[in-house]
Design a protein around this ligand. Sequence first.
Ligand SMILES: Cc1cc2nc3c(=O)[nH]c(=O)nc-3n(C[C@H](O)[C@H](O)[C@H](O)COP(=O)(O)OP(=O)(O)OC[C@H]3O[C@@H](n4cnc5c(N)ncnc54)[C@H](O)[C@@H]3O)c2cc1C
Length: 526
Amino acid sequence: MLVDGRTVEARHRFEADVCVIGGGAAAIVLTHELDNSDIQTLVIESGGFQTNQDVQSLSQGDTFGEPYCLSESRPRQFGGGTSAWGGLLQPLDPVDFEQRDWIPNSGWPLTRAGLDPYYARAQEIFFLPSMDYYEPAKAVATRSSAAPLPDTAILQTSVLHKMGNPYAHRPQYWKQIKRSKNVDIVIHSNVVELCADRSARIVNEVRVKTLQGNEFFVKARHFILAAGGIENARLLLASNQVQEAGLGNEHDLVGRNFMEHPYVRLGTVKSNRIDLTFYADGSWLQGSKIIPFLQLKPDVRAHHRLLGLKVEMCRLFPADGQRGIEAAKKLVIGLLNRQMPPDVLANGLKVATAPHHCLHYLIHRMSVSRVAALRRNAPVLLLAALEQAPVPTNRVVLTGERDDLGERKAALHFRVTDLDWDSFHRSIALIDAELRELGLERQENIPAPMASELQVPFGRHHMGTTRMHPDPKQGVVDENCQVHGVANLFVASSSVFPTGGHANATFTIAALTIRLADHLKSVLRS
Ligand SMILES: Cc1cc2nc3c(=O)[nH]c(=O)nc-3n(C[C@H](O)[C@H](O)[C@H](O)COP(=O)(O)OP(=O)(O)OC[C@H]3O[C@@H](n4cnc5c(N)ncnc54)[C@H](O)[C@@H]3O)c2cc1C
């Protein structure tokens, strides 16, 4: 059932077995798992199905350190980040779960082998084929004659998924929730407080506000924080009626250890001898795209004490990154998403005043460049995604400023640290040397339009702010994603990642959420 929170009677109290706070990627996976069960589930989502600027403004907040836009990186509507995402899905590597003595605070209480069955179930939810991520030649149906580069002593090729249509699942799950017998969703409604009992050991209910001034409550047996990596921390910190520092924040860890995936354009490579089509164009496997990338082997990372890093290769199209093209891409994404594109007038105007950019791009993308790009020696752009080490000073805090609901805003203190950059430079030096051995010389020449492109050079993955550790002094949640000391409060989000590897976050969020759904089912039925 779908309820519009703006029409709910003031002070009304909903009741449910499970209350899910947020209706983004994690919530969609959780409701998919709880649907068709006897567990009454209520999802509270801030937005609706369409973008709404008033709702979106609730995600605004200051950032200190790196240039980072808190609002742009977290769409506030059903689907959350997946209403604007790229649909890239990649598991963490086995080494990412290990304690690495050169990375402070590293080590998960879980292993990759332990998560593998959940990654397999997540593949089904995202309509992905099963594949071996480390055997690209096996994973990819070899439609092109191109092949991966041979693995060397230090370098290997791995693969990740890109959904054929990253926006397909949103309307499907919207419909599924609307007709579900045991899952209800209340939209246009913002949870503003987790109300705990006097001992702060149990959450009794959550307080919900709408932008129209309505206020109501949800009582449940279990509460799942699934509002994203920034908002989860904001809500715990703001829920300070019983514990002054915030719920679950006895050891001052909530909001700390924030991590992102910085992206760096490395320049281009080309070769007359080596065909890079395999990397630059990817391949299709049962309706989803397979994207190959290069990474250092795990033993090399350990020997050189390096953080994770992957290097993807992308085709270069003239006009990429120019004003008209970027605006046109936003409009097309909106249409594919079956909703009114954001800033439709402003973007429409940019397209209308730069039709030559669009024409140039289309002609090249569809014809001239396609042929040129398929030439074996066409240059390709190298794009690196970096792992960041968790550091407590990278953190989400509350400020004195209030949003339109009257709630304290979040601010982010965030730097890419010397440790991160040192690891990046040493990794690239190793990769460069290996590429040269293979006959590929990297040029640090980034084509002008792309270099000036005003895109956030981060993955928009918000990790670490409610980190997982079995010891309450070192983590906010335990290995079941339960907030330490609060028996009925759980977190479904990349905010629980102790470290984030170099993989896009959502596949691991989904795997952990499926695992959490199994745990909830067993707890509720016992
Ligand atoms: C442009 C873009 C591209 C991306 N590309 C990729 C990619 O290719 N691959 C990948 O893995 N990841 C990608 N991401 C990141 C991905 O979208 C996130 O990892 C994922 O959406 C996180 O899921 P989540 O459920 O934890 O949070 P979200 O998806 O952010 O969902 C949180 C939900 O909670 C709601 N909410 C927030 N506060 C409240 C409140 N107080 N009360 C009620 N509801 C609330 C929000 O409206 C939102 O719907 C991308 C993100 C963006 C923005």
